[in-house]
Design a binder for this molecule. Structure first.
Ligand code: SF4
Length: 62
């Protein structure tokens, strides 16, 4: 599974970094970034949860 953040849609609320800290962090531009190329097996559920919980639907997981 891969996760990505549309930085144009992200408002930097930080929710995803709380829900799934293994994958998401706030980057230098103040928006979330996926810090791993591949979502670790144990973080998949949290990554999907973060995607579903993002207020601007900025996160894609596939
Ligand atoms: S939850 Fe969505 S809007 Fe909030 S920081 Fe993460 S990607 Fe950005």
């Amino acid at each position: 599974m891969k996760a990505s953040v549309n930085k144009d849609a992200c408002i930097g609320c930080g929710a995803c970094t709380v829900t799934c800290p293994d994958v998401f962090e706030i980057g230098d531009e103040g928006t979330a970034v996926a810090k791993v190329a591949e979502v670790p097996e144990e973080a998949k559920n949290a990554a999907v949860e973060a995607s579903e919980g993002c207020p601007t639907s900025a996160i894609s997981v596939e």
